[in-house]
Design a protein around this ligand. Structure first.
Ligand SMILES: Cc1cc2nc3c(=O)[nH]c(=O)nc-3n(C[C@H](O)[C@H](O)[C@H](O)COP(=O)(O)OP(=O)(O)OC[C@H]3O[C@@H](n4cnc5c(N)ncnc54)[C@H](O)[C@@H]3O)c2cc1C
Length: 276
């Protein structure tokens, strides 16, 4: 079991990982592909100190390398769910499962709103995970809504196990239809009869990841500003997912605070156990 799992390998997650490693904690970062992180597209970042004239890509690659050099574990994949179990947490990443004593959410801002029908039919035909649910749709028709680079590989995997895949790769006004289960995907007036709809975004919204989290009216995680503690005990949050300004400097600062708070909480728990 890890001391701390960090979901998100952008500036906030990388900063949290480095600080937690400095405190001697076992840390693993779970992140989508670096090239799917929005900052990757920035041609030049001019207001982050220490890395002048760097592109977003260069900054992300530099943070990633630094985390690996510091001894943090790094899992490339999408966390699809997380849950609290007593004093620990479980996080599903595809068909793999990770456990930790503390959880830091650095998931950025999920891009776009949920599609009509998505929340209602989640788990009843709507899925975010080809590895977990693909076999349920063998020899069946599925739609893949691919909103990140990794989606093409997921669609290919679904094809390889015998799903009949229709791929939709542009952001369009999709609507998912069904009653007890998914019946169809409606796109621009056309209706595609499908048994399942797989949606691949680079980020899964925090609310979908860990259902009991309190969010503000704009979908940001509510945090205690001094510690970056989220509304669920043992969970801290940092970066764009906690609110504006959406800036690297803020994300890195909050990642540092979240990691220090998580490490202090673990230190307290360790001392209490040792005193028993
Ligand atoms: C084009 C562009 C230019 C920008 N220019 C600047 C600039 O010049 N200066 C500046 O300060 N800011 C700039 N920004 C803003 C800056 O990129 C963000 O504020 C910053 O990246 C936020 O960091 P973060 O770690 O909170 O989130 P992100 O960088 O969005 O990282 C989120 C991480 O969470 C991961 N993730 C999310 N959900 C999951 C999941 N379910 N499972 C696994 N991993 C998950 C993602 O893969 C990613 O690793 C720019 C943004 C863009 C898009």
């Amino acid at each position: 079991m890890e001391d701390i799992l960090i979901i998100g390998g952008g500036p906030a997650g990388a900063s949290a990982a480095l600080t937690a490693r400095n405190r001697g904690r076992r840390v693993t970062v779970v992140s989508g592909l670096l090239e799917d992180i929005p900052l990757w597209k920035a041609a030049e970042v001019s207001n982050y100190p220490g890395l002048p004239k760097s592109s977003g890509r260069e900054i992300l690659e530099c943070f990633h390398r630094q985390c690996l050099d510091a001894g943090a574990g790094w899992v490339t994949g999408r966390a699809t769910s997380a849950y609290a179990a007593g004093e620990s947490f479980g996080v599903a990443v595809g068909s793999d499962f990770y456990e930790s004593r503390a959880l830091i959410l650095a998931v950025g801002m999920s891009q776009g709103k949920l599609y009509p029908g998505e929340a209602e039919l989640l788990g009843r035909g709507v899925s975010y995970c080809a590895t977990c649910d693909g076999m349920l749709y063998r020899d069946k028709d599925v739609a893949v809504i691919g909103l990140c680079k990794a989606a093409e590989e997921e669609a290919e995997f679904l094809r390889s196990i015998g799903c009949r895949v229709q791929y939709f790769d542009k952001r369009r006004p999709y609507r998912i239809e069904g009653g007890d289960k998914v019946d169809a995907l409606a796109v621009d007036g056309a209706r595609y009869a499908v048994d399942g709809v797989f949606i691949f975004r680079s980020a899964v919204s925090a609310a979908n990841l860990l259902p009991d989290l309190a969010l503000d009216g704009e979908g940001h995680m509510v945090t205690e500003r001094q510690t970056m503690a989220a509304s669920v005990a043992g969970v801290w949050a940092c970066g764009d997912c906690t609110g504006k300004p959406y800036q690297i400097g803020k994300a890195v600062g909050e990642g540092n605070v979240a990691a220090l708070s998580a490490c202090e909480a673990l230190d307290r728990r360790d001392k209490e156990k040792a005193a028993l």
